[in-house]
Design a binder for this molecule. Structure first.
Ligand code: PCA
Length: 204
């Protein structure tokens, strides 16, 4: 049975919740004949990427989708590129602020997502969910975990489809914000996740 590793992040940046965590927690253990392994990553410059590596090693997944929150984005963002760059705009949950450093010293500049992003976008659109192909996952924890994931797969010479999806805020988060920000109901995030996962089934 195909095994899919799905990750979300704990809350950060002053928000009490992270839609990527709530999303992961709401998914079942099996879907469309696939085993779903669900894990939460810390927003921590060392433990975030380390945990991703541990989960890859212990679960040996056939595909990986990592999820995170991109505050202020209006659509589900299908990230195309992981950059070898850390340049935090806010501190991580340990209060550490990393500026202008590589994720992996001497690693390649970037990796492309190996998820079927175009097919995923078509499938989301067909279900009435707005998405975009995004050129940058930023230079914070999400990009760090995305790069770490792609670098590990490349280093092991694996062909595991893997990538990163950024999510908008929830309406509850938007309501707490002092500036107006776009949002998407958690139910829609969850529906989007099912659609994204279903696209992995067609890879085998
Ligand atoms: N979003 C942050 C890190 C954790 C998360 O959910 C980011 O976009 O880097």
């Amino acid at each position: 049975m195909m095994k899919v590793l799905l990750t979300g992040f704990e809350p950060f940046g002053g928000y009490p919740i992270n839609p990527s965590q709530l999303l992961i927690q709401s998914l079942p253990d099996q879907y469309l004949g696939m085993t779903l392994v669900k894990q939460i990553l810390p927003v921590h410059h060392k433990q975030g990427p380390q945990k991703m590596l541990t989960f890859l090693k212990s679960h040996q997944p056939d595909a990986v989708i990592a999820f995170g929150l991109a505050s202020g984005r209006a659509q589900i963002s299908l990230e195309r590129v992981a950059l070898n760059l850390l340049d935090f705009s806010i501190a991580d949950n340990a209060g550490v602020f990393v500026e202008n450093q590589p994720v992996v010293p001497n690693g390649p500049t970037a990796y492309f997502s190996t998820l079927p992003l175009q097919a995923m976008q078509v499938a989301l659109t067909a279900e009435g969910i707005s998405s975009e192909l995004s050129l940058s996952a930023g230079a914070y924890l999400c990009n760090q975990v995305f790069y770490t994931l792609m670098h590990e797969i490349a280093s092991q010479d694996l062909s595991t489809p893997a990538g990163f999806i950024h999510l908008p805020n929830t309406p509850e988060q938007a309501a707490q914000s002092t500036t107006p920000i776009p949002s998407l109901h958690l139910e829609v995030h969850i529906q989007a996740a099912y659609i994204l996962i279903s696209q992995l089934g067609s890879l085998n």
